[in-house]
Design a binder for this molecule. Sequence first.
Ligand code: PBG
Length: 326
Amino acid sequence: MNLNLSRPRRNRKSHAIRSLMRETTLTSDDLIAPLFIIDGKDKIDPIESMPGYARLSRDLIVKEAQELWSMGIKCVSLFPALDDSFKDKFATESKNPDGLLQRTIKDIKNALPEMLIMTDVAMDPYSSDGHDGLVDDKTGEILNDETLDILAAMAIAQAEAGSDIVGPSDMMDGRVGRIRLALDESSFTNTLIMSYTAKYASSFYGPFRDALDSAPKAGDKKTYQMDFSNRAEAIREIRLDESEGADILMVKPGISYLDVIKDMKDNTHLPVAAYNVSGEYSMVKAAAERGWLDGEKVALEMLTSFKRAGADMILTYFSKEVARLF
Ligand code: PBG
């Protein structure tokens, strides 16, 4: 007698059956594409540690945004790669209405009014110290409350240029509330805040820092970004960001932090985002280049696992590549 009454394989029998049973689907609705901007015209500046990814001049960023839009990707996250001459201690350039980022936002909005634009709020692309906050010259300490004013001004400059979603990625205490108040006082009540809620001090950001030449000049980011050994601490950050008016909460990096994504989904009713960061992209690319694994398939599997863990949206350098597969 056959006692194998329950046979899970019945539900995997064919492609059609598997599609009926599928619990998680990834679509281009879920993807946000990060883009790196450089000054100039018709310039493609490949990022060596991110194979297949390049810094693009404004005109090419607009073209790229158009292509992404045609593939169903509705949000881009913009990062300006600035020459050292634009960097100073106070990230002054971040407030410039004619700065590279602000001009690019306007260009994209002119060409594609419906494309959502997300912008990062942190000092590092503009800071001569390579930190996300203001550095005390004597002690090397990252000054929390002094940084908040700079972040608030940066967020307003981005909203003024047309950014739809500002993303504080700095991990200063109280930044979400401070930015929310500043935006509201300037009548940007409709600008969303996607908070980098649980952002860990991670070695996976290496290639991104190459792309922007933004690595810290001294020290590391461990006094503000989270210790990668911690889970409960993320819940504390969720509570704060919710009470300070965040619209979307994010976990970063992604692939080694699926437990945190799950915790976040279980502990908030706000939408949850995950950032599939530069190092995660580069690892897959490097192995794929050697023929050691199928890069596209691995990317799809990775991104689906983010969704399975509870992410509602994903920032990923694989956006375009993966959207082609849908
Ligand atoms: C800036 C910022 C970083 C990333 C996004 N915003 C780098 C950092 O915190 O050092 C990393 C993204 C990536 O690695 O893809 N605060």
